[in-house]
Design a protein. Structure first.
Length: 255
């Protein structure tokens, strides 16, 4: 990737733009302009109801303000938002990067994919963080207890950094988490993709990451021997591997 130097970073559930703090110095050192967003309604960004539409509107506004095509990085559930943004403005996205992210077929939720995978992989517990969440009485919001965050998200991160990250997690509205994205081969499907696997991921297990890549084929694969948060567990290696992958991305797309 030699022509444009902007990366827009989309966090996953329960998180904020802070989720990329440890990675930003590595990106800036390589000359990239990295924009870590706070999605609205998630405890760190603008107040208001969380929803796919609100998320996409927020990211699209940022991409358009950059003034040139960007690499769009979606971590974890942020992958769904990245896909939806690419469907909305495909010509403004140079590449989609799914960072241990949800890269799903059009119209499918991750919960539906989990149910399908459970049938294909009997005896394996692929649910990740799901059974360990806590809920508000009306079940409109979930939150991640510290012990669960440390075990399922941050098990391979430095202890102090892991505890800081766990302390910054906020309740997540189901309206912004239990979502599916409608996308087409003619728009989002034309944007080049990179999938960054986290081989030791306990939240989105490798089986699930590989399942998504099989269902939505064509992404360039990068493998990192770490847990669910590569940008905290090993930001230097992530930067090197991603730089190599992005160097192969064409300067133009067919959109």
């Amino acid at each position: 990737m030699s022509m444009n130097r902007h990366l827009v970073l989309i966090h996953g559930a329960w998180q904020g733009g802070w989720a990329f703090d440890a990675w930003l110095p590595c990106l800036h050192a390589r000359g990239w302009h990295a924009h870590a967003l706070d999605l609205p309604g998630n405890g760190w960004g603008a107040p208001g109801p969380a929803s796919l539409v609100a998320y996409v509107d927020h990211v699209v506004a940022k991409v358009e303000s950059v003034g040139e095509r960007v690499v769009l990085v979606g971590h974890s559930g942020g992958g769904l938002i990245a896909t939806a943004v690419a469907e909305r403005i495909p010509r403004k996205i140079q590449c989609l990067v799914y960072l241990a992210g949800m890269m799903l077929p059009s119209g499918l939720t991750y919960a539906e994919l989990l149910r399908q995978a459970a049938c294909d992989h009997p005896g394996q517990d692929l649910r990740g963080i799901g059974p360990h969440l806590a809920w508000t009485p009306d079940r409109r919001f979930s939150y991640v207890p510290e012990a669960a965050a440390l075990s399922f998200f941050l098990q391979d991160c430095e202890e102090g950094a892991a505890r800081r990250a766990a302390s910054l997690l906020r309740p997540q509205a189901e309206a912004g988490r239990a979502i599916s994205v409608e996308w087409t081969a003619e728009r989002a499907g034309q944007v080049p993709r990179v999938y960054v696997e986290a081989l030791q991921d306990r939240s989105i297990p490798l089986v699930m990451q590989r399942c998504m890549q099989a269902l939505v084929p064509g992404a360039h694969r990068v493998e990192l021997d770490c847990g669910h948060v590569p940008q905290l567990a090993n930001p230097e290696e992530l930067t090197l591997q991603l730089a190599a992958a992005l160097a192969t991305v064409p300067a133009t797309t067919r959109t």
